[in-house]
Write a protein that binds this ligand. Structure first.
Ligand code: OGA
Ligand code: NI
Length: 358
């Protein structure tokens, strides 16, 4: 337990972090080196062993499932989306039209990248967020309070996709094919969400909510002490909509009515930015023993020239005397700055600093 860890006066967290970052081989590098105790900077202040068992629902009975089968009535789908987005901020999508082959190849491509020869892989290691493609471990390594047990690659696929040679050969074609498919599904979801808000189908699209696409390939190596850390700490996402593809291992949990609910493997989604009408769900990934877990998260987000200074505010059609603004106006610049300065991903809503007094 973290609280029982003896205080070592000579513990130099900064240099441990730096050595880890300089190795460029991420969490997988630690596991490959055969380590049996996780470094202290991965120790979470509120580890899973301190949580009451009752805080985790082992079943997934109630997780909303949206079935996009073409023969289903549109109005019914819209109603299901509205219910899920308002009550959960989360749903799983089936019959979405993306061929299983593409999903399988995307998981294999992400695995292939993270499992390639270290000498090859470290060429892509970076913390330069201007790059179109890079891999790193823990975006918040130096600012968060505890590191998480995963490595990630990030590929900016829209509005301007990278040049083919900017992408690693092992997943070059599949990232491109997967992104095309996800963009289509993303636009379908934007239409459904618009309608679920009582707006015209193209409303969210016209706000630019689907112009940018970031594809993140996560690799959660097996963890020797999974009870002391997380695969991904408790957070909400900062894009507009996230579509997650996970392999068959599980480990993703969403917070619903103060309980952590396991999300059994199926493609799923998360939502935000609707004056709190739709929830931005808190979620996390458990660290696990056994085999690596692979997931691919596609973030749809606004993206265009001058976007930093554009001011976002609750959709005016959704604001009335009975439903006053919950958030103040904010530019993306302010949002990103506050989020970067926040203490990593420790469970704070990305929108919390913008909340107006009740
Ligand atoms: C994320 C995320 C979940 C997962 O990328 O923000 O929450 O299952 N991913 O990897
Ligand atoms: Ni997330």
């Amino acid at each position: 337990m973290v609280s029982n860890t003896p205080i070592e006066s000579n513990y130099d967290r900064e240099s441990e972090l730096k050595a880890f970052d300089d190795s460029k081989s991420g969490v997988k590098g630690l596991v490959d080196a055969g380590l049996t105790k996780i470094p202290r900077f991965f120790h979470h202040p509120r580890p899973i062993i301190n949580e009451p068992k009752s805080s985790t629902l082992q079943t997934q009975v109630d997780i909303p499932i949206i079935d996009l089968k073409e023969t289903n009535a549109r109005a019914e789908i819209v109603e299901n989306v509205r219910y899920a987005a308002e009550n959960w901020g989360f749903f799983q999508i089936i019959n979405h039209g993306i061929p299983q082959r593409v999903l399988d190849e995307m998981i294999d491509g992400a695995r292939g990248f993270h499992e390639m020869e270290t000498e090859e892989k470290i060429k892509y290691y970076s913390r330069d967020y201007q790059k179109k493609f890079f891999y790193t471990s823990n975006f918040h390594l130096f600012t968060g309070d505890a590191a998480s047990w995963n490595d990630t690659f990030l590929s900016v696929m829209a509005p301007q996709p990278p040049q083919p040679e900017e992408l690693p050969p092992i997943c070059r074609n599949i990232i491109t094919e997967y992104s095309d498919q996800i963009m289509k599904l993303g636009f379908t979801l934007l239409e459904l969400l618009s309608e679920a808000l009582g707006l015209k189908p193209d409303h969210l699209k016209s706000l630019g909510c689907g112009q940018g696409l970031f594809v993140l390939g996560h690799y959660y190596p097996p963890c020797p002490e999974p009870e002391l850390t997380f695969g991904a700490n408790y957070h909400t996402d900062s894009g507009f909509l996230t579509i997650v593809l996970q392999d068959s291992l599980g480990g993703l949990q969403v917070l619903h009515q103060k309980q952590w609910v396991n999300v059994s493997p199926l493609p799923g989604a998360l939502v935000l930015l609707t004056n709190d009408k739709f929830k931005s769900v808190h979620h996390r990934v458990l660290a696990q023993k056994g085999t690596p877990r692979i997931s691919v998260a596609a973030f749809l987000r606004p993206f265009h020239e001058g976007i930093e200074s554009i001011v976002y505010r609750p959709i005016k059609e959704l604001v009335s005397e009975e439903n006053p603004c919950v958030y103040k106006d904010a530019s993306l610049d302010e949002f990103v700055r506050l989020r970067r300065n926040a203490e990593g991903l420790d469970g704070k809503s990305a929108l919390a600093p913008f909340k107006l007094d009740p």
